[in-house]
Design a protein around this ligand. Structure first.
Ligand code: ADP
Length: 464
């Protein structure tokens, strides 16, 4: 396909060059021919006129031999001179050929001259033999009494033109070869980046994202190459994060499975008789299964939201009601940890939003607040509108997040303190789910935190 584009370009270029060369050659040739003939014609018209001034006396039939002066004149100017009477019959011939004298000539030039009009024309008797006829009327007392016709061979013009044609052909050939070379070079220059890109696309298709295509120009192709490179880089990132995700997810699933296996095996291979030990181990196994369940549940939730076809059910909701439901669900957990849950929302705040998504966002944020706040602390949920935006804030008086970790807390499986998070039942997916849900709702999420003082998440949703 690439080669064909190159040859199409070269072909088009060549056709254009060939047409231009042919056209210019033809124009130049015609103009030159015209010029030569015109020049010659004008000269012979003058000669014919000179002869015609003295010719009247030699047409009446009494002076059948042409005066020597006429013949010499004809020889000097390289022309045959014929004198014709009113009927166009040759009465005198400078070549003195008997068979010509007495013949009536029907040439156009003669016909024109007999009607009083000067005429000239070039004729190719054969490819090799070009002649020019010039005829002027001969008048006596303002009446046309005959005509003078000069006939001259113009093979020199033919040969000169032939030479010109030959030079033109040679020059055109050289020009075309040069044009072909330039055309090939240009086509290669244009198609090279396209070829590079095409190979790069194949590389990317094969999963190799790491070889940027060199940008060779600043034109559209250069721009395309740049766009392609940045696309390949994004794909590389997507690919890398996908691999990381699979590795992390496998790890997250593997560790509870390993624990379960270890616990089960130790029961199988020990000679333990005590039922309480069995119960204790089974309890641990049960906890690990819960953990597995949570990871799988969170993964499914993420996958569902990343699926483009998530259908939202946007309806006017009482924000207060959704917050209350979340608080109601988490109250036991907060109570167990002696954490106060507070809500400061305008009672009648109605907002068009998908209820499940909103509940999922709040549930994860408040749950985190409770998890990462020491007993005695508090978690506050605040909802209000600012212009056409709903602002939800979940803040706590907890341990806070170190500044270095803040940029990563929304990454999947990222935890500031792995062991702590596991102990509290965290999967490391909560904030990823929140971020994805906020994105699905077309909103933004931000976080402010100070270690030892607390954390505040702010979700902003524009009216849909
Ligand atoms: P996890 O399941 O571990 O809670 P998340 O994605 O919800 O996962 O949160 C990621 C990490 O961010 C947590 O492990 C925790 O270290 C930190 N984090 C989240 N919310 C808070 C908060 N309110 N206070 C302190 N740290 C938090």
């Amino acid at each position: 396909m690439i080669t064909s584009v190159r040859w199409k370009l070269v072909g088009t270029y060549l056709i254009m060059i060939a047409l231009t060369v042919l056209l210019t050659n033809w124009l130049a040739y015609t103009a030159l021919k015209q010029h030569y003939l015109q020049e010659r014609q004008e000269a012979y018209l003058v000669h014919a006129s000179v002869v015609s001034t003295f010719a009247a006396n030699y047409i009446d039939g009494n002076n059948l031999t042409m005066p020597i002066e006429f013949r010499t004149y004809g020889e000097n100017v390289g022309a045959r001179i014929l004198l014709l009477d009113r009927q166009g019959i040759v009465v005198n011939d400078s070549f003195n050929e008997k068979w010509v004298v007495g013949r009536q000539l029907g040439h156009n030039e003669v016909q024109a001259a007999l009607t009083g009009v000067t005429a000239a024309g070039a004729h190719a008797l054969s490819a090799e033999e070009w002649v020019m006829y010039v005829a002027v009327p001969v008048t006596w007392e303002k009446e046309v009494v005959g005509a003078v016709m000069l006939s001259t061979d113009i093979n020199d013009i033919k040969e000169a033109l032939h030479e010109v044609l030959k030079s033109m052909a040679v020059l055109s050939m050289l020009g075309s070869v040069l044009a072909l070379m330039v055309g090939l070079w240009l086509a290669a220059k244009v198609t090279k980046p396209v070829e590079d890109l095409s190979f790069a696309v194949e590389r990317v298709a094969a999963g190799n994202f790491n070889e940027p295509v060199p940008v060779r120009s600043r034109d559209e192709l250069g721009q395309l190459t740049k766009s392609f490179n940045s696309m390949a880089e994004k794909l590389a990132n997507v690919d890398r994060s996908r691999r990381e995700f699979i590795a992390n997810a496998s790890h997250e699933l593997k560790s509870p499975l390993s624990s379960i296996k270890a616990l089960a095996e130790s029961l199988i291979y020990s000679n333990e008789q005590d039922v309480t030990i069995y119960k204790e181990y089974l309890g641990d196994i049960n906890d690990e299964i819960d953990r597995l369940n949570r990871v799988v549940h969170d993964l499914l939730q993420l996958a569902k939201m990343e699926d483009e076809v998530t259908t939202l059910n946007i309806e006017a909701q009482s924000v207060q009601k959704v917050i209350d439901q979340v608080i109601h669900l988490l109250k036991p957990k907060a109570k167990a940890k002696d954490i106060t849950l507070q809500v400061t929302t305008a009672d009648q705040l109605l907002w068009p939003v998908d209820e499940d998504m909103l509940a999922m966002i709040l549930l994860n944020l408040v749950d985190n607040g409770i998890k990462y706040t020491a007993p005695g602390g508090q978690v506050t949920v605040n909802g209000n509108t600012v212009g056409d935006t709903l602002e939800l804030q979940v803040s706590d008086s907890g341990e806070g997040i170190p500044a270095a970790d803040l940029p990563h807390i929304f990454d999947r499986f990222y935890r500031v303190d792995k062991a702590r998070s596991r102990d509290t039942g965290g999967t490391g997916l909560g904030l990823s789910i929140v971020q994805q849900a906020v994105k699905v709702l077309g909103g933004t999420i931000s976080v402010e935190s100070q270690v030892g003082i607390g954390t505040k998440f702010t979700v902003k949703l524009d009216r849909q």
